[in-house]
Design a protein around this ligand. Sequence first.
Ligand SMILES: Nc1ncnc2c1ncn2[C@@H]1O[C@H](COP(=O)(O)OP(=O)(O)OP(=O)(O)O)[C@@H](O)[C@H]1O
Ligand SMILES: [Mg+2]
Length: 230
Amino acid sequence: MSDVILELSKASIYQRENLILSEVNVSINKGEFVYLIGKTGTGKSSFMKTLYGDIPLKDGVGHIVDYDLRKLKTKEIPHLRRKLGVVFQDFKLLNDRNVQENLKFVLKATGWKDKTKMEHKIDEVLQKVDMKTKSFKYPYQLSGGEQQRIAIARALLNDPELILADEPTGNLDPQTSIEVMEVLQQINKNGNTILMATHDYALLLKYPSKTLKCDGQKVFEVVQKNTKST
Ligand SMILES: Nc1ncnc2c1ncn2[C@@H]1O[C@H](COP(=O)(O)OP(=O)(O)OP(=O)(O)O)[C@@H](O)[C@H]1O
Ligand SMILES: [Mg+2]
């Protein structure tokens, strides 16, 4: 089995007919934590959307968790997304049900049937984001950071091979961003592979890691100075 989880080669990424990124060559291995940075409008979200099948890949080569992005069929997209954990800036929790029910909703939608197994899984993912005590809260009873931790727990439900987080700290204050980042770091230490788009250079400095940058319709790896701030 290969350790490569994502590989794009000479890929072009479009929004409708507009070319956003071209000649994209990116490879992510199992266990890596990779940042995707770049100014607003440079294509970070478009890049992420291509990876989770929201934008079709029309040019080049793209493989992600056993799927060929060039050959991805509409009916395969839910299966691809089950192998990915996607986390957004705005959490996207269902406000009409509590945390437990939010997570159960996803499990049922992805084919889980056994009630005890579902309860165990929910406990397990809430434990990972340190939110076990809040499982009966409704999303509106939680802070932004807590809601994002639940969204991360939700992304973990189907043991994803890759977590795609598009500006997960974008709506959070600096201290809360660090709390959410600590959770992502912990999950990465436990073996999950993570690709995270961000604007937040303070996080990059505090948690240095492999960094890809979108600029001038290209994606390239930038070398970060390894000066961890104290
Ligand atoms: N649904 C869409 N239809 C057409 N063009 C779009 C669409 N969404 C984004 N774009 C365009 O694609 C380009 C890249 O946008 P994208 O959202 O990928 O950038 P981004 O790097 O994620 O920006 P931000 O940091 O603001 O989130 C922009 O020029 C944008 O206007
Ligand atoms: Mg974006």
